[in-house]
Structure formats: structure tokens, C-alpha cells
Design a protein around this ligand. Structure first.
Ligand code: IPE
Ligand code: IPE
Ligand code: MG
Length: 252
């Protein structure tokens, strides 16, 4: 796996994004606009996940990362939080077998210590069960925050390098929870908001950003293709001029 850092070296810009990261937003508004309870939007959101996972696998995307629950989502009403936890448990119960059959490697990252022990156990089992799969790596970010990630990586780095007074980007980056994945090529946020909401702060340095008004439950394979097409029309310069990019393209 090519884990080139976008700031240390110039990575290649694959035609099909190697890594897509998505903020799945708009479940609540999808439901509310239909006079349905917000929970129905979350249930529909899980169905949309299934479709997008399959579409990514078919298109040769190697890493798909989904923001499912942020470190700030605990601020929501208690009943919505506990409903989301129950939904998480039932999704794991129902989907892991299917994922395994489809050769998907499942990773769940975030501060998992805040989840109840039954859920933590299920998460661990699901990861172990699918660890050897060689198809799409699906990462679900749960109780994840970009700042938390940089903080925990810094703490781990300091523990691993006692007495350090100086360190490199690489020293830190290898302790981020998604150190196994290349940086996202394409970032998608559904639901109309144009913000990062404390998602992968470090890794999004040079991602192409794509925002759509489509609510997450309506995001399907065609929506994914529209995002990938937009990505393919961008010129990824990584700090260089357009002329330099063209030069490299001609030479290869
Ligand atoms: C995203 O949908 C799912 C989670 C944050 C868990 P929202 O629940 O944020 O939906 P809106 O933004 O209220 O429409
Ligand atoms: C971001 O959505 C987090 C997830 C999709 C899990 P939010 O709906 O929580 O984001 P804000 O609060 O509108 O920024
Ligand atoms: Mg939202």
C-alpha cells in the first residue's frame, strides 16, 4: 500500500479514488421533511450505507471511510443517542456476515471506550472476523473526532519515544487511528452543509472536497458516480502550477 504523505512527497492522483471519505449528513432532515421521526431517517441511512459500500467495491475503490457518530454527537438528546447506539448494534448484527461474504475488511475507529462493553465486544469481534479480507476496507468512524485523533496520536508517539524533543510528520502520522490507509482522495459531505465538523482533520490536507444537497438516505450509486465524475474533472496540483502538472502527465 502506497502511504505517501501529500505534504512530504507528491502522491499520484488515481482516476478512481483509492480512498473516499464521507460525512453522511441529513438523515434527520430527510425524515422531518416527510413528517417522520428522525429515527426513520437513521434507519434509511443504514440502507444507503449498504448501497454505497457495494457501489464502491464494484468501482474498485480500496478504502471507504464513513463518519457515523462524532465526538460532538453526544450533545444530542439522550433518546436520539441511545437510538443511534441500538441501530449501530443491530447494523453490526445484520451486516457483518454480508460484508465478510463480500470480502470486506471492517474497521471501526474512534474513542471506543465510551461505548458499553457489549458494543465494544461486538466491534472487536467484527474486526477480527473480517481482518484477513482483501477487498474494500470499510472504516466506520464512531465517537471519532479529528482533534481527538491528533491528540491520541501525540500521546502514543510520546510514549513510544520517551524524552523526545523533536519529531517528524511521519513520527506522528503513524499513530493516527487510520495509519493503515492512504489519505482520502475524495471527501463527500451530503445534506447541504459545507463544513468538516471535526472529521479527518490531518488526512484531508489535499483531499478534493465535494458537497451535495442530497440527504444521506437518498445518496445512491448514481450520486456516488456524480461525485467521482466531479473528482475526475479536478486538477490535483499539490502546490505546483498547472503547467508542471501537464508536464508530468505528458512524460508518463
Ligand atoms: C447524520 O444525520 C447522522 C448522524 C450525525 C448520526 P443527522 O442526524 O445529522 O441529520 P440532520 O443533519 O439533522 O438532517
Ligand atoms: C457530522 O454531522 C457527523 C456525522 C455525520 C456523524 P453533524 O450533523 O453532527 O454535523 P454538524 O453538527 O451539523 O456540524
Ligand atoms: Mg446533521
Amino acid at each position: 500500500m502506497d502511504l505517501t504523505s501529500s505534504t512530504q512527497e507528491i502522491p499520484d492522483a488515481p482516476l478512481v479514488p483509492r480512498h473516499i471519505a464521507i460525512i453522511m449528513d441529513g438523515n434527520g432532515r430527510w425524515a422531518t421533511s416527510r413528517y417522520l421521526p428522525r429515527v426513520t431517517g437513521h434507519v434509511k441511512g443504514v440502507e444507503a450505507v449498504r448501497g454505497v459500500v457495494q457501489a464502491c467495491a464494484e468501482r474498485g475503490v480500496q478504502f471507504l471511510t464513513l463518519f457515523a457518530f462524532s465526538s460532538e454527537n453526544w450533545r444530542r438528546p439522550a433518546e436520539e443517542v441511545s437510538m443511534l447506539m441500538r441501530l449501530f448494534v443491530s447494523a453490526l448484527e445484520r451486516e457483518v456476515k454480508r460484508m465478510h461474504a463480500n470480502n470486506i475488511r471492517l474497521k471501526i475507529v474512534g474513542d471506543l471506550t465510551r461505548f458499553d462493553s457489549n458494543l465494544q465486544k461486538m466491534i472487536e469481534e467484527a474486526q477480527v472476523h473480517t481482518a484477513a479480507n482483501t477487498g474494500l476496507t470499510l472504516t466506520v468512524c464512531a465517537n471519532y473526532g479529528g482533534r481527538w485523533d491528533v491528540m491520541q496520536a501525540t500521546q502514543k508517539m510520546m510514549a513510544a519515544m520517551p524524552g523526545i524533543t523533536d519529531f517528524s510528520e511521519e513520527d506522528l502520522a503513524r499513530h493516527l487511528v487510520m495509519a493503515y490507509a492512504p489519505e482520502p482522495d475524495l471527501f463527500i459531505r451530503t445534506g447541504g452543509e459545507q463544513r468538516i465538523s471535526n472529521f479527518l482533520l490531518w488526512q484531508l490536507a489535499y483531499a478534493e472536497l465535494y458537497f451535495t444537497d442530497t440527504y444521506w438516505p437518498d445518496f445512491d450509486a448514481a450520486s456516488l458516480d456524480a461525485a467521482i465524475l466531479s473528482y475526475q474533472q479536478r486538477e490535483r496540483r499539490f502546490g505546483r502550477t498547472s503547467a508542471q502538472v501537464q508536464e508530468v502527465r505528458k512524460a508518463s
